[in-house]
Design a binder for this molecule. Structure first.
Ligand SMILES: [Zn+2]
Length: 206
């Protein structure tokens, strides 16, 4: 199936039928579970997402994350770029993404948020993509008590050695927004290290 998609890249990411060049067919354009609003998380962090995490959108995102359908980055980025233009037009200098843990990246072979960031960059005249964040290797939560678990999640991300985000206005990309804890944690690391502003976009809102 992956091979077929590679030979015929213009099939719809959501239903597999013939699609426009951006990888979305007319029918799905009408029937997708649209979200498309901007909301504010704790600490004033803003996030927008084009789709709700349900039905065809959820299924496509899961194929993208776990079934190697890396070509979906383009249609997802097309949809995200509409939200980004609407809410953050001209307000960011660089794009960053939520990092995947080392072992998960090795196992999967790719980082889906990095692919989304690159595809989104292409939608905005090749805005620079930076990778300033690193996911700490952590103890399994199941081995920890309640307070330790909270701290374990809270300190999940750190700035990479040598990364410089001072004065930057950063568009931060993740695949799905659930509680917002991951984006908030990443944003706080960036802001603590001198980023001027962080605004977020994801493909889906759970
Ligand atoms: Zn479709």
């Amino acid at each position: 199936m992956i091979l077929i998609d590679a030979l015929f890249p213009k099939s719809c990411a959501f239903c597999g039928k013939a699609a426009e060049s951006d990888g979305i067919c007319d029918k799905c354009r009408e029937t997708l579970p649209w979200y498309g609003t901007r909301e504010t998380l704790g600490g004033g962090l803003t996030v927008t997402a084009p789709l709700k995490y349900e039905n065809t959108a959820r299924a496509a995102l899961l194929r993208f994350k776990f079934k190697g359908r890396t070509q979906y980055a383009k249609p997802f980025a097309v949809l995200m770029s509409a939200c980004v233009r609407n809410y953050y037009g001209g307000e960011f200098d660089v794009i960053a993404y939520v990092p995947l843990g080392f072992f998960r990246r090795i196992k999967r072979g790719y980082n889906q948020t990095k692919l989304l960031a690159s595809a989104l960059s292409a939608e905005f005249g090749k805005v620079r993509v930076i990778a300033p964040l690193r996911k700490r290797s952590r103890k399994a939560n199941s081995s920890l008590g309640k307070d330790e678990r909270a701290a374990n999640v809270r300190n999940a991300f750190t700035l990479k050695r040598g990364a410089d985000v001072r004065g930057k206005r950063i568009l931060l990309v993740d695949d799905v927004l659930t509680t917002g804890a991951t984006l908030s944690e990443c944003a706080s690391v960036l802001l603590r290290n001198g980023a001027e502003r962080v605004m977020c976009v994801t493909v889906c809102r759970a």
